[in-house]
Design a protein around this ligand. Structure first.
Ligand code: ADP
Ligand code: MG
Length: 245
């Protein structure tokens, strides 16, 4: 695809003490692109995601979003975190707030919206993820799949430029995985730029523009899904695929 880069990582290195967890990572994600990141446990996938909204700092290299280097602190950092939405394996909803309040809260605090305006937007987004009739419930009254859809609505309410998903379905019972993947598929079709760490290979095949395979802190392959799944080049990828497919 003609690349209009939205995210650019260049020469990124990150250490946890002695552990060189990201090694010379170069990655460009184009606007509207869906990049699926896969690889063995411990290969640095979560760390990679977390560097993109500065939940983790890096030791060297550069990261920019929409042409701007990541801000280090203050208001600009809060704005960055809003613009780079993140959905985790654990949904991290506020247990004592309603579904509606969970989706509205950051809109008023970070985006400066009035409560009615935020609630209106929240209801639109809850409808988009199929939860319009759950607005007044507490998170514990919802299934895991529903809670994860609330977390997606909450991130979308910030009008993000990109959405990062770090194993969003890994904590879910099997029968709930598809309802979350379907919401993500729809987002992809609507043109959202997405970076998705997942073991759901069906999703990777159908939604990804590119598959990035990581091992030991490096990007080992960066390919089309067809290319990657039908003819992985590296021994690491062949080995990984033989274990999961
Ligand atoms: P993945 O998401 O691919 O499983 P991670 O990015 O979570 O990998 O972790 C990469 C490596 O960094 C692993 O060896 C992990 O144990 C280590 N690691 C992750 N977070 C920390 C941390 N906060 N402190 C020290 N080591 C960490
Ligand atoms: Mg991880």
């Amino acid at each position: 695809m003609a690349v209009d880069p939205l995210i650019e990582l260049s020469g990124v290195n990150k250490y946890y003490g002695e552990l060189h967890v990201l090694q010379d990572v170069d990655l460009t994600v184009g606007r509207g692109e869906v990049v699926v990141v896969i690889g063995p446990s411990g290969s640095g996938k979560s760390t990679l995601c977390r560097t993109m909204n500065r939940l983790e700092t890096i030791e060297s290299g550069t990261i920019s979003i929409d042409g701007q280097p990541l801000p280090e602190e203050g208001r600009a950092l809060a704005t960055l975190r809003a613009e780079v939405g993140m959905v985790f394996q654990s949904f991290n909803l506020f247990a004592h707030k309603t579904v509606l309040a969970n989706v509205s809260l950051a809109q008023t605090k970070v985006r400066g919206r009035k409560k009615d305006e935020a609630d209106k937007r929240s209801r639109e987004l809850l409808e988009r993820v199929g939860l319009e009739d759950q607005a007044d419930k507490l998170p514990a009254q919802l299934s895991g799949g529903q809670q994860q859809r609330v977390a997606i609505a909450r991130a979308l309410a910030m009008d993000p430029k990109v959405m990062l998903f770090d194993e969003p379905t890994s904590a879910l019972d099997p029968e709930m995985i598809n309802e979350v993947l379907e919401v993500m598929q729809q987002l992809a079709r609507d043109g959202m730029t997405m970076v998705v760490v997942t073991h759901e290979m069906g999703f990777a095949r159908s939604a990804a523009n590119r598959v990035v395979f990581m091992a030991d802190g490096r990007i080992v392959e960066d390919r089309t899904p067809e290319g990657f799944f039908t003819a992985p080049e590296s021994d690491r990828a062949k080995d990984f695929l033989s274990k999961i497919l």
